[in-house]
Design a protein around this ligand. Structure first.
Ligand code: SF4
Length: 454
């Protein structure tokens, strides 16, 4: 087991974990390594090259801006979203970039930031190369990184996911079956097993504090999205819909039996509109799918009897366990397996999380996770204009409602079911690998070519 819940739930910025957060982290890591090697002051220029999906949908996903920010030393979890515009505008106006905020070099995007739309590096569809040159044009360093989904990056030549060091935790698990076995063998609900694992990596108090912080960022994102009007950036002229939905919901009779469903829609869309606007979001497990986990958590908090802060903790811990299974056994990258790996995984996590919050059995939670993914199998990634807006925003709302439904279905059954979570994870991964690459975050197929983008 190689993934902590805090690798999965990361505070960052929109609009994309693989195309914004990952490249920003890679660029900032590149300059930090130059600095560590004592080479930063020798750098006269940097060439940043983007390949595959990053090149094809990079502009729409803000990859260009992410690279500029990363080279400047900004980090997704720390950068102030409100300051981004000014930082990027200054670099562009001055054609000058200050590496790690202390070593200035000339930087002209048309020359120094290249999009290789027809080339794919061998390790992953989201590849990038950073090269630093000295004044005498000698290559100081040239590193390839892959953004493998959910903001995770891997440097070429570095350990792959499968070879990364195992975490030293009391209840390691590598499959859904093993998770159930270990939980039942120790008489633990999944959330408690996760808490004990995470508490072996840091104190239990810190685990709880960090989860509280994750929830407060999620909840604040819902609130900002519900109350921010306007047009989303990127040129599609997509109107923010969450505030309008909120007004309509508030005007409806309180006894409307489907009112809670409308709220779930509004919560999810609020987050994804904030994400599309480049705001502060929690990657869960990706940015494109960042609305589901907060929306279902808020549904639990606002609509279910006996909801509590402890229940919310159970929710996040159970959802995290399920996310780790997908991360370690399949993929959470839309560029690798389509949207089933983003919205599908988030749905599976939220469905199991809700079951955990409600005190369902482990088998019911596993069943909920399985249902959540089973009905997303084959879902492609075809964002219009390469922006994380259509279908992404609405897709989070539909996925969140589906997660609630998957949980309700599972907890009314016995826990017995024909398709296991491991079966569906394996199927999702195989389906994703079989999917034609143009349906995987390239904006070359699907809605991206059949709907006029302006
Ligand atoms: S379609 Fe799905 S996978 Fe693709 S960018 Fe949108 S949310 Fe992400």
């Amino acid at each position: 087991m190689r993934t902590s819940i805090f690798d999965l739930f990361k505070i960052g910025i929109g609009p994309s974990s693989s195309h914004t957060v990952g490249p920003m982290r890679a660029a900032s890591r590149f300059v930090a390594e130059l600095d560590k090697a004592g080479q930063l002051d020798r750098v006269a220029c940097v060439l940043a090259e983007l390949y595959g999906s990053l090149a094809l949908t990079g502009i729409g996903h803000g990859t260009d801006r992410a690279v500029l920010l990363g080279l400047s030393g900004e980090k997704p979890e720390e950068v102030d979203p409100a300051a981004i515009e000014a930082i990027v505008d200054t670099i562009r106006a001055e054609k000058r970039l200050v590496l790690l905020a202390r070593h200035a070099i000339p930087f002209e995007e048309s020359r120094d930031l290249l999009f290789h739309e027809d080339l794919v590096l061998p390790g992953h569809p989201n590849g990038m190369r950073f090269t630093a040159f000295s004044r005498g044009e000698e290559t100081i360093a040239s590193n390839v990184y892959y953004s493998v989904g959910g903001g995770f990056i891997v440097q070429e030549g570095e350990e792959t996911n499968a070879q990364l060091e195992c975490l030293s935790v009391p209840h390691p698990f590598s499959s859904g079956a093993e998770l159930l076995e270990r939980a039942e063998g120790n008489g633990l609900p999944i959330w408690k097993l996760m808490l004990e694992n995470e508490s072996a990596l840091r104190s239990e108090q810190e685990v709880r504090e960090r989860l509280k912080e994750i929830w407060s960022v999620m909840d604040a994102c819902i609130e900002r999205g519900l109350h921010t009007e306007g047009i989303l950036p990127g040129g599609l002229k997509v109107q923010r819909r969450a505030p309008r939905l909120l007004r309509k919901i508030q005007a409806r009779p309180a006894n409307d039996p489907l009112l809670a469903m409308d709220w779930v829609n509004a919560f999810a869309m609020a987050v994804n509109e904030e994400n599309a606007a480049g705001g502060r979001v929690v990657t869960a497990p990706t940015n494109g799918a960042a609305g589901l986990v907060p929306a279902v958590g808020r549904y639990y908090r606002q609509f279910l009897a006996d909801a509590s802060d402890d229940g919310l903790m159970r929710y996040l811990l159970t959802a995290g366990a399920i996310g780790i299974l997908y991360k370690e056994n399949a993929s959470i990258s839309g560029a690798e397996v389509g949207c089933q790996g983003e919205v599908g995984v988030a749905c599976s996590m939220a469905a199991a999380g809700l079951a955990g919050a409600l005190g369902a059995t482990n088998r019911e939670a596993e069943h909920a996770a399985e249902i959540g993914m089973e009905h997303h199998l084959g879902m492609t990634c075809d964002p219009i204009g390469g922006l994380v807006q259509i279908p992404c925003i609405e897709r989070n709302a539909i996925g969140a409602v589906k997660a609630v439904n998957a949980c309700r279905l599972a907890i009314q059954e016995s826990g017995e079911h024909r398709v296991s979570l491991d079966d569906v994870i394996r199927t999702m991964y195989q389906t994703g690998l079989d999917m034609q690459s143009r349906y995987k975050e390239t904006a070359l197929a699907g809605l991206a070519v059949n709907v006029r983008d302006c």
